[in-house]
Design a protein around this ligand. Structure first.
Ligand code: OGA
Ligand code: NI
Length: 382
């Protein structure tokens, strides 16, 4: 699919030739690198994607499919007629089944808050790397070197907060001493609060679309849900067609809300090809993650996506990854299991799934199907 033969050939040692010693990657802080490469024509090898994985569609290569991605107007939820409300329910069901993605408008998050948050984040990412690295704290906080797997490095800097059940927003932002730290903390917390409200609305609509009790999913997100908020900052890249901001992945949580700026770069893999999601200032992108795919017995799809780069403008996106209470059991309701839809996954909790998923991700085996599916033989070490 995303791998082609040339990539395979590159990775297979020729017969009778001694295997090459494993290349050790020197991964630079992307912030520093992008400043150093400002007028350069090429990027270091570590950031070049193997041929079959390079983006074949540019960040602004919008096609007809782009226009088809469902856009839901949530305004009608409160003011519309019963029919209009029902249409939203039907549309969300269709989008989650067919696309795994949708966009929402009139979602109620103040545009001013989104703008403020982006402004503050851009000031943060423009700091010297040494200053930003003060906010590094293991897997959360600032990260300027994303090299999870050998030979594959993302062209992105991130700032990550865990915001549920216990928030570390304040702890992380206080690691750097900035004039606007208090404002940043307040804005991030306000934003998270808005995201939590939207997640509940969406989960209720999703349940309704499957003819389930409205609160079937949402009840597990009301209190002590687990959420992660991540700022992705993609500096301009001199060779955008050879590198990736975030390589193809599926989100492992339940529901993701992505706020992309006006530049764009999010691409979705649908029907065997990639297409760019057109950015819109007043829209939020919603996608189904692996847990919700399993929880709905595969009725909803967790779809591969990636972030591509451009050579001119830095781009920022804010992702809110939502998961239920860590001990909530994600087991599909019997209503979603029948002869045409046999039970696909075993019940699991986020507490059980998250550490295993992280281990698999390090090995490059990403996705819930590799270790939660009933018909999949698990690795010895799983
Ligand atoms: C993510 C993601 C896409 C983007 O953060 O998981 O898919 O456009 N981001 O930043
Ligand atoms: Ni993602």
């Amino acid at each position: 699919m995303i791998e082609n033969n040339s990539w395979r050939e590159n990775t297979m040692p020729a017969i009778a030739v001694a295997p090459k010693p494993k290349r050790t990657l020197h991964v630079e802080n992307i912030g520093n690198l992008s400043v150093a490469l400002k007028d350069a024509a090429t990027i270091p090898d570590a950031y070049l994607q193997p041929e079959g994985l390079r983006p074949d569609v540019p960040y602004d290569g919008f096609s007809k499919e782009t226009e088809l991605l469902p856009v839901l107007d949530l305004h009608n939820l409160s003011t519309g007629t019963a029919d209009e409300r029902q249409r939203i329910v039907n549309d969300i069901g269709y989008a989650c089944k067919e696309w795994g993605f949708l966009q929402i408008i009139n979602h109620g998050v103040p545009l001013r808050l989104i703008e403020k948050l982006r402004e503050l984040a851009i000031i943060f990412f423009n700091l010297p790397a040494a200053e930003k690295e003060k906010a590094s704290a293991g897997q959360v906080g600032y990260e300027g070197r994303h090299a999870y797997m050998p030979e594959r490095v993302h062209w992105v800097e991130t700032l990550t907060f865990v915001s549920g059940p216990v928030s570390n927003v304040e702890d992380i932002l206080r690691l750097t001493c900035l004039d606007y730290t208090e404002e940043f903390i307040r804005s991030v917390n306000d934003y998270i609060h808005e995201m939590q409200k939207i997640v509940l609305v969406l989960l209720k609509l999703m349940a309704e679309s499957l003819d389930l009790e409205k609160t079937f999913f949402a009840q597990h997100f009301e209190k002590n849900s687990t959420s992660v908020t991540r700022f992705n900052y993609y500096p301009p890249c001199p060779q955008p067609s050879m590198a990736l901001g975030l390589f193809s992945h599926v989100d492992s949580n339940s529901v993701t809300i992505l706020n992309q700026d006006e530049i764009g770069g999010l691409q979705i893999f649908k029907d065997g090809k990639w297409f760019s999601v057109k950015p819109s200032e007043d829209a939020l992108v919603i996608n189904v993650g692996d847990c919700l795919q399993a929880w709905t017995n595969g009725h909803f799809k967790s779809v591969e996506h990636r972030a591509v780069l451009n050579s001119v403008k830095p781009r920022i996106s804010i992702a809110f990854f939502s998961s239920p209470h860590v001990h909530a059991v994600m087991a599909p309701p019997m209503k979603l299991v029948d002869d045409n839809h046999p039970l696909l996954y075993r019940p699991f909790t986020w507490a059980e799934y998250f550490p295993r998923m992280q281990k698999k991700r390090m090995e490059g085996k990403v996705g819930i199907d590799t270790f939660m599916r009933l018909d999949h033989k698990e690795d010895e070490d799983s």
